[in-house]
Design a protein around this ligand. Structure first.
Ligand code: GAR
Length: 196
């Protein structure tokens, strides 16, 4: 049966667009809803223009009440009957209360070769460390931040004249290859790590 995918974004949503654009034809999944904590996220406008359902749950009124924010997300998701969640540049940390019920069904893309550089500023940290290789990882989401079994990685060479921005741009190109390829396999029940 075709899997229903919810994609979570906070910004431009270029990874979300790559996922949506791949979910056609014989792909075992389809986009059911795009979710954002930010009403102004470029990804939300794009999803609406594609005729994809959207849900915006602004995190700010909840302050430190993460559990209430997550309950609001759960309620918004209910009518969409999702099988899979893809975090795609969703910049809010989700707690165990939200993550646990989605164990084995929620994916994230992170702009580093995990387990290196969990958290933020991954490109600057790779440059500071003098790494010659960098990249991105798609993994299953567990309660620990940027942890969880790796479903795929794509690598790029670091150039001597790279800045965090040039490196981020080159990694992003690989993110757009990796995430759709991993989701396609995952929706077809293949969880063997894909190394691009
Ligand atoms: C991507 O580079 C993604 O890997 C990163 O945010 C960017 C979102 O871009 N995610 C994280 O840093 C998560 N910790 P996009 O909105 O254009 O897909």
């Amino acid at each position: 049966m075709t899997k229903r995918v919810g994609i979570f974004v906070s910004g431009g949503g270029s990874n979300m667009r790559a996922l949506v654009n791949d979910m056609t034809g014989d792909h075992p999944a389809r986009p059911a809803v795009v979710v954002s904590n930010n009403a102004d996220a470029g990804g939300i406008a794009w999803a609406r223009a594609q005729g994809i359902a959207t849900e915006v749950i602004d995190h700010r009124p909840y302050g430190r009440e993460r559990a209430s924010f997550e309950t609001a997300i759960t309620q918004a998701l209910a009518p969409h009957a999702l099988d899979i969640i893809c975090l795609a540049g969703f910049m809010r940390v989700l707690t165990e209360g939200f993550v646990a019920p989605w164990a084995g069904r929620m994916l994230n893309i992170h702009p580093s070769l995990l387990p290196k550089y969990k958290g933020l500023h991954t490109h600057a940290r790779a440059l500071e460390a003098g790494d010659t290789e960098h990249g991105c990882t798609v993994h299953l989401v567990t309660p620990a931040l940027d942890d969880g079994p790796v479903l795929g990685q794509a690598r790029v060479a670091v150039h001597p004249d790279d800045t965090p921005e040039t490196l981020a741009a080159r990694v992003l190109v690989q993110e757009h290859r990796l995430y759709p390829a991993v989701l396609r396999r995952f929706a077809g029940r293949n969880t063997d790590p894909l190394m691009l």
